[in-house]
Design a protein around this ligand. Structure first.
Ligand code: FO1
Length: 320
């Protein structure tokens, strides 16, 4: 029997969560550690909200609200309605079932458990087996956006201001002092065949993870790195990436994304994964000497999520 491949997937936001679901369909072929973005985390109503971690948990457990792309499916909103009646903060919406998960996270953290341990416990409660889902660090890392309206934390920008203010710069508070999650380092030490950067926003979803002290070196030294494009056919698959690229004077195309990734992380990425609609961009990259895989990256249903993960695994085998 061939041993299972060992892969690390960096999953920030919806695209990363969908790809994590794809890898969950292939646990017999690949032992995957899914690393989640802590930059969007924040305290709300006394609870620690970890949106990107929870999107992965819910997506892998087939419990995410697919239409919204976040939170729990079949949600009800009685607590939020009561908070509103009592004059509390309702700008950030936590549904009843989601609040249950947040209460259990609070209980675990208050009992002194690590964030990784609490997350593993939540994964188990959601019925997830044989897939490690790990926040990228145990320390606090928070995305702060400097905008025309001053500094905003991620959720104030994303939910509070609906990504409207022009972004001048980004900081990942705490990242320089933070260290990579111990579970990640243990996984890499035991051997890793590939690191996959999910189709996630490079500025808001991947950068907070990759800003953690020593993590780029740890990942880059461990295995070949593959990056899946979050831009398809000249548009971001979802979210504010196209606007952020435009704010930076870049065209939101797959080629600009590749150039931007090369500028942000020189020498890190060994293979670019582009959508079939970006064949022309793939040809340009190949002529430049880049290694490119072209496939359907849209992941609109579970079959497609697993199909993309499967093609990535086949590509990893070519590296091994
Ligand atoms: N996004 C919104 O646009 N409005 C919300 O009220 C909101 C609540 C929310 C609650 C829990 C959760 O896990 C995610 C939530 N999100 C909401 C999404 C979240 O802000 C973003 O998906 C991520 O931070 C970006 O990747």
């Amino acid at each position: 029997m061939t041993p299972r491949l060992r892969t690390v997937l960096l999953a920030g936001g919806g695209g990363g969560a969908r790809l994590a679901r794809g890898f969950y369909g292939l646990v017999s072929e690949a032992n995957t550690l899914v690393l989640t973005n802590p930059g969007d985390d924040f305290e709300h109503l006394g609870l620690l909200v970890c949106p990107d971690t929870d999107s992965v948990l819910y997506a892998v457990a087939d419990a995410i609200d697919a239409k919204r792309g976040w939170g729990r499916e079949s949600e009800s909103w009685s607590v939020l309605a009561e908070i509103e009646r009592l004059g509390g903060a309702t700008w950030f919406q936590l549904g009843d079932r989601d609040i249950a998960l947040h209460l259990l996270r609070r209980v675990g953290l208050d009992a002194g458990q690590s964030l990784a341990c609490v997350t593993a416990d939540l994964a188990e409660r959601l019925g997830i087996q044989a897939l490690q889902i790990v926040p990228a660090t145990e320390q606090r890392v928070r995305t702060i956006l400097t905008t025309g309206e001053g500094d905003l934390d991620f959720q104030s920008y994303f939910v509070g201001r609906k990504c409207e203010p022009k972004v001048e710069s980004l900081q990942f508070q705490g990242a320089a002092e933070a260290t990579p999650a111990p579970d990640l380092l243990t996984f890499l030490k035991a051997g890793c065949d590939a690191v996959i950067l999910g189709p996630s926003n490079p500025y808001l979803s991947l950068a907070p993870m990759l800003a953690i002290s020593g993590i780029v070196e740890a990942l880059g030294n461990a295995a070949p790195v593959m990056a899946v494009a979050p831009i398809v056919d000249g548009a971001a698959v979802k979210g504010p990436l196209a606007k952020l690229m435009t704010d930076r004077g870049l065209e939101p195309t797959a080629l600009s994304w590749v150039d931007e990734m090369k500028t942000l992380y020189p020498g890190l990425i060994d293979l670019w994964v582009l959508d079939s609609r970006d064949q022309e961009a793939a040809e340009v990259l190949r002529l430049r000497g880049d290694r490119v895989l072209v496939c359907d990256t849209m992941m609109t249903d579970t079959t497609q999520k697993i199909a993309l993960a499967s093609q990535l695994i086949e590509e990893v085998k070519r590296f091994v």
